[in-house]
Design a protein around this ligand. Structure first.
Ligand code: DX5
Ligand code: ZN
Length: 225
């Protein structure tokens, strides 16, 4: 049975205790750490840059996936790679040549991800899927945690999964924004195999149980493949 990966988004962590927070969710069974980088330009919010990633890198061996919500991310790929990211995710809407930047990421021996905003038709990125290891479907408008899941993301997920299957391509499809046990279950049913969750995990009084519950949602997916 394919495994569902759970990636807590540290956007919802206590920023004053970042190392501790990363270690804590790693100990609770997380599979990856999702790191939201925002530039106040591509999105209205500002978070942190490569220095923060470097400073938390030693807290866990789990893969770091860096979600670049920044304009023209091609300018910073090497810096975020050097800082300790294992996956670099760029927004389709923010890059000039998606194929070039995805290739650059892979040439640095990192996993390449492409993200789409909820308003972007998923068909626009189909031609880039062969160059990507991961597709990130945003289910909220990027910029802030704690928003409500936008249901049209489910359609994007299932269309992308359909396309991947038709072309025989193995690609990880992550869903990001407003993920709860309910919306996470729907996303998995649609074909997602990675759930990214900030509020649901960091806001939980029992993060280990929440992560376990998320992983328990993995079952429906086997019927999908
Ligand atoms: C939103 C970020 C998400 C966000 C998810 O711009 O990309 O990763 O942290 O947070 P929740 O789970 O609270 O919607
Ligand atoms: Zn994110």
């Amino acid at each position: 049975m394919p495994r569902i990966l759970i990636a807590p988004s540290i956007l919802s962590a206590d920023f004053g205790e970042m190392r501790k927070e990363v270690r804590r969710v790693a100990g609770c069974g997380a599979d990856r750490i999702h790191i939201d980088v925002m530039d106040g330009h591509f999105v209205p919010n500002i978070t942190f840059g490569p220095a923060l990633i470097e400073s938390i890198r030693g807290a866990t061996k789990l893969p770091f996936e860096t979600h670049l919500m920044i304009d023209r991310p091609e300018r910073y790929i090497e810096r975020f790679a050097d800082a300790g990211s294992d996956t670099l995710i760029v927004h389709y809407e923010a890059v000039r040549s998606p194929d070039k930047v995805l290739k650059e990421i892979r040439s640095l021996d990192k996993e390449a991800g492409i993200a789409i905003n909820p308003s972007t038709p998923v068909g626009r990125v189909f031609r880039y899927l062969p160059m990507a290891d991961m597709l990130l479907v945003m289910s909220v408008k990027p910029g802030f945690g704690g928003q409500r899941f936008i249901p049209s993301a489910l359609e994007s997920i299932s269309r992308a999964r359909e396309r991947a299957r038709a072309t025989g391509r193995r690609i990880r499809i992550g869903v990001d924004g407003g993920v709860t046990l309910e919306t996470g279950a729907e996303a998995i049913r649609a074909g997602a195999d990675e759930l990214i969750a900030g509020t649901a995990i960091f806001g939980s009084s029992n993060a280990a149980r929440t992560i376990r519950d998320f992983k328990g949602l993995g079952r429906p997916y086997k019927y999908f493949r």
